[in-house]
Design a protein around this ligand. Structure first.
Ligand code: NAI
Ligand code: MG
Length: 359
């Protein structure tokens, strides 16, 4: 048979990551059955804080080599109360993003049917964004150090790295994405008034790349002013590109404005496909609600749509998005983060039923 089969590495990680990835796999398997045109072959990796407690490593030494051959990685979250956050993050999630050169972190944000934005009077017609986060350099490149620990003269540096190659490739990705969206509009976020080296280079490279995209309408915004514009004039934004740190912060704001961190998806892409890309909800391991069965799985389902698109299965991605939107439109299917009483199980069952009923 010429039926496509995709190998997916499932890495649930810690906390609610385990709960939402379990739900996501159920939904993806139902979609593959419903579609019939492709198959999904999941392999499970129980890496994370439990492994760290046993072995001192978040993933085995040959972990990256074991992931390299997969078509995509479906990731939950990392983080545990008793392990420092920089250990969990750098030991697994960032190790994968950096080694697999997943330099484009793409974060769609919309207000889904039935979900209310905390912004008064703002519905889906006024808030429909994609944030493109530079995911390999900037403030999270890992450069810097600490000397004279514990002494009064202790010093720590955290160095932001911006390369022409790194900025240009993310800028090209963002302009191309903006061009592919109906409004053909891009906002380039920097802080080039105060940070006069790397951020000024961002502005210059944006202007250079813009010359190759005459049909994209683009503007610039400083990151502090951007928080106000997102809140007060959301309809003036469409595609947004920003540095690793700036976009990290802005995308949590975006998720909150769209109703909940629990619905927000993201893709960590290696656009050249030399390495597998990684798909994850943007939220963390949420140990405050771990084990209660109330984690919102919608962010993980929406993430699966991004993964299916990347794999070349747009029809299945659209079917899943329709199913998600039918379910969010029904307020009895809202989990507590959205003000409802539904459980992860109820939302998952509703999405499974919507996939069955979709035609
Ligand atoms: P968090 O995203 O885990 O939780 C923030 C708040 O949102 C919590 O009140 C949580 O209950 C709620 N929340 C998050 N996802 C939800 C969902 N799907 N459904 C319902 N409610 C949800 O961020 P927090 O609390 O700052 O960090 C907890 C741990 O997660 C830390 O160890 C942190 O380092 C880690 N983390 C990991 C990330 C990753 O793996 N990509 C991203 C962010 C945080
Ligand atoms: Mg974040």
């Amino acid at each position: 048979s010429d039926r496509a089969s995709y190998r997916i590495a499932a890495i649930p990680g810690d906390g609610i990551g385990v709960e939402v990835i379990g739900a996501g796999i159920e939904v993806l398997e139902a979609l593959a059955r419903r579609d019939g045109g492709f198959a999904l072959d999941f392999e499970h990796f129980d890496w994370g804080s439990a492994l760290y407690r046993r072995t001192g490593r978040m993933m085995p030494e040959d972990g990256l080599a074991r992931l390299a051959g997969f078509d995509a990685l479906y990731f939950g979250a990392v983080g545990a109360p008793d392990v420092p956050d920089h250990v969990t993050l750098w030991g697994l999630r960032l190790a994968i993003c950096q080694s697999f050169d997943q330099y484009a972190n793409v974060r769609p944000t919309r207000i889904l049917p039935g979900i209310e934005s905390p912004l008064r009077g703002v519905g889906p017609d006024r808030l429909d964004w994609v944030i493109v986060r530079e995911n390999s350099e900037g403030e999270y490149a890992g450069q810097g150090g600490r000397s004279h620990r514990g002494l009064p003269g202790e010093v720590a540096t955290e160095v932001a790295i911006f390369t022409r190659a790194g900025v240009e490739r993310i800028m090209r990705y963002a302009f191309a994405l903006a061009k592919a969206r109906p409004r053909r509009k891009l906002t380039v976020v920097t802080k080039s008034n105060a940070q006069r080296h790397g951020m000024v280079m961002w502005d210059e490279i944006a202007a250079e790349v813009a010359a190759d995209y005459p049909d994209v309408d683009w503007d610039k915004e400083l990151v502090d002013a951007m928080t106000m514009r997102m809140t007060l004039k959301p309809e003036t934004l469409d595609t947004i590109v920003a540095t690793n740190l700036h976009a990290d912060i802005l995308s949590d704001l975006a998720a909150a404005l769209a109703g909940s961190l629990g619905i927000a998806p993201t893709a960590n892409l290696n656009p050249e496909r030399r390495f597998p890309s990684m798909f994850e909800p943007i939220h963390g391991s949420a140990f405050d609600i771990t084990g209660k069965g109330i984690a919102n799985p919608v962010g993980t389902f929406w993430t699966a749509c991004l993964m299916l698109d990347h794999l070349g299965e747009p029809a299945a991605a659209s079917r899943l998005m329709r199913a998600i939107e039918r379910v969010t439109a029904d307020r009895t299917c809202h989990t507590p983060d959205l003000g409802g009483k539904a459980t992860t199980r109820m939302v998952t069952d509703a999405v499974l039923a919507a996939i069955e009923g979709d035609n």
